[in-house]
Design a binder for this molecule. Sequence first.
Ligand code: LYS
Length: 253
Amino acid sequence: MKMFKTLATAVALCAAVVVQARPLEEIQKSGTIILGSEGQYAPFNFFKGKQLTGYEIEVAEAVVKKMGLKYEWKTVGFDALLTGLAQDRWDLVIASHAITDERSKAVTFTLPHYCSGGIIVSMKPEVAKAADLNGKVVAVQTGTTYLDAVKKVPGVKDVKNFPTDEAARNALASKRVDAWVTDRFVAKEMLAKAPKAGFRTGDMLFVEQVASAVSKGNQGLADAWNKALKEAIADGTVGKISQKYFQEDVTCK
Ligand code: LYS
């Protein structure tokens, strides 16, 4: 009896730990793909009232339509999104994650849906280049490639982490930091929306390709997504969405 109980506990533990990502066939059978995003990163993914929207939200919805599926969105903090794939909380994450070697160890990336990079934003003309960050305090969102990049800039006095990109921006606006590093298109949109706020963009620190991610090795799903994404780029659907949000084409050329 005791042995049986131990065995039963072991089986239950295994079942709890080994969560299997849903393969494409299973998603197709259910008819609905579960998508994960952040919802706090305008103009890529954000809430307009109760409605989740933005460049990559609209791109995802167009891609899913081409895949012949319905979608259901889940939103959580940026930091929890990729781990949620391994826990099978959603089938695919689209939340402005750049393709990096580190992340590629844990997840499988699809083809990129935009090409961009990290840019320096400050309120002083003398803080514009990487070298200008020497002795300065810089704000970034936790878990981002901006954090990794700023850590590598020699002489930075302090890197302050914030749970959202908006909180990092607010730290700059209230002059608690000297600079903020964010995505170049996020900065572009912000400057266009608030030209008198006193923000200025400086140099780009690095470039990156941004893609969605599926659970590590869920290749069937990645392939189906890639095929539909290619079609959506080729037929101009993605280009139209890009023009709407950025007045330019942000796809990778
Ligand atoms: N593209 C950056 C990265 O891959 C930032 C994404 C930030 C989303 N709020 O980490």
